[in-house]
Design a protein around this ligand. Structure first.
Ligand code: GLA
Length: 387
């Protein structure tokens, strides 16, 4: 039995295009720890989640592209011979992938597509990477390109760079494709080696608290952080030419090469160096089942993102401060690029309902915004949905 979202997507596709589609899904992601480390050749620890973008697709042979968004109830129409950024916004991620495929020499002959999602959009759960991954996976399948997963995620990442203008690392696309049910994945973003680590915590819930804010300058600030890291690296390399990325840098190197030159750049780099070390320690905690220690590291990451990397915002800080001392909360922090989106919270399951009830009232009162709370489960990565 197809899930309700899949059945209704099938039906919508048939209504719009009068043929039966194939359907693919690509999940959103969470990240346990290791923030802003991916583009510094560091490590990350994401998981795909049980909320996804669904793509229904059918081939055409006449060079036309039609894409229906069930969320926006809008149709995009274009030609494969003329792929460019669309003013409509949401088609950007599909078109960016198509453009990248063409740059690699693949020439899809046209397609009809419909998009649906049970993944909240713009909540810091990487809905854009999910659309990109679903698109490349679906086009690969229907046109028979047989691209390996690692090429698909690089292509999806380049689509984000060129069409969305966010110079993101590889974490989101990797997590969406490589996720495995019940596991976090520790990824070495330099070598792309990875290891799955089970999240065995029957009495714990991974609770997302969505601030329902997305600050408009987030992508500009993200790209600026990348440049600050690159500047710090360049200064370190003057004295240590073997260093290739912040991943190879020590705090002593920063003391010697960066601190006296620019306090902001120094702070950014220091956060990254500390965060990579924290991730290794947190991974050991997870393996040892030491959730209390793991939770403290999540809180330390939040402090660093707020004070050193300066990518938090008052709504995220509010939520983390509120839960910090709440009984049953093991750890919490802002998650993802920053400036809005969700906090990730590890909470004893029996404490979840009371916490959400209390916090929803407080958040509405103090921040004048609704709070959206939902739990997620580590899940499998991108796949075809067999209907
Ligand atoms: C965004 C980017 C990722 C990563 C995180 C921060 O989600 O897309 O590549 O840099 O921010 O860890």
């Amino acid at each position: 039995m197809a899930s309700p979202i899949v059945s209704s997507l099938q039906q919508v596709f048939f209504e719009q295009f009068n043929v039966h589609p194939r359907i693919f899904r690509s999940p959103g992601r969470i990240n346990l720890i290791g923030e802003h480390t991916d583009y510094n050749d560091g490590f990350v620890m994401p998981a795909a989640i049980d909320k996804s973008v669904f793509v229904a697709i059918g081939k055409r042979n006449d060079g036309r592209i039609r894409i229906w968004s069930t969320d926006f109830r809008e149709m995009y129409e274009g030609q494969v011979s003329d792929v460019c950024k669309s003013g409509m916004g949401w088609p950007t991620y599909v078109l960016g992938v198509l453009d990248q495929l063409q740059q690699e020499g693949y020439q899809p002959k046209g397609f009809d597509m419909a998009l649906a999602s049970d993944l909240p959009i713009g909540a810091g759960l990487s809905s854009s990477a999910a659309v990109e991954c679903a698109t490349v996976f679906a086009l690969d399948a229907i046109f028979g390109y047989a691209l390996p997963l690692d090429r698909m995620i690089r292509l999806a990442q380049r689509a984000e760079h060129s069409f969305a203008g966010v110079m993101c690392g590889i974490m989101d696309q990797f997590a969406s494709m490589y996720g495995r049910a019940g596991h976090f994945v520790k990824l070495d973003c330099r070598t792309m080696e990875y290891a799955y680590h089970p999240f065995i915590a029957d009495d714990l819930t991974l609770l997302m608290l969505n601030t329902n804010v997305k600050h408009s300058l987030a992508s500009t600030a993200y790209n600026r952080r990348r440049m600050e890291c690159a500047q710090g690296l360049a200064w370190v390399q003057e004295a240590y030419p073997d260093v290739q990325a912040l991943r190879d840098v020590t705090l002593e190197m920063l003391d010697r090469q960066v601190r006296h030159r620019d306090a902001t750049v120094d702070m950014r780099c220091r956060f990254v160096v500390e965060e990579i070390a924290r991730l290794h320690a947190a991974c050991a905690d997870l393996v040892n089942g030491d959730m209390v220690s793991l939770g403290k590291r999540l809180l330390a990451t939040h402090d660093g993102l707020r004070d050193m990397y300066e990518v938090s915002c008052q709504e995220l800080d509010y939520l983390v401060e509120k839960v910090r001392t709440y009984p049953g909360v093991i750890g919490a922090r802002m998650m993802g690029g920053g400036f809005g989106g969700c906090t990730i919270n590890i909470v004893r399951t029996e404490a979840v309902d009371a916490l959400v009830a209390q916090l929803s009232v407080d958040y509405q009162k103090d921040m004048n915004l609704p709070l959206t709370a939902f739990s997620v489960k580590p899940s499998d990565g991108t796949s075809e949905v067999l209907i």
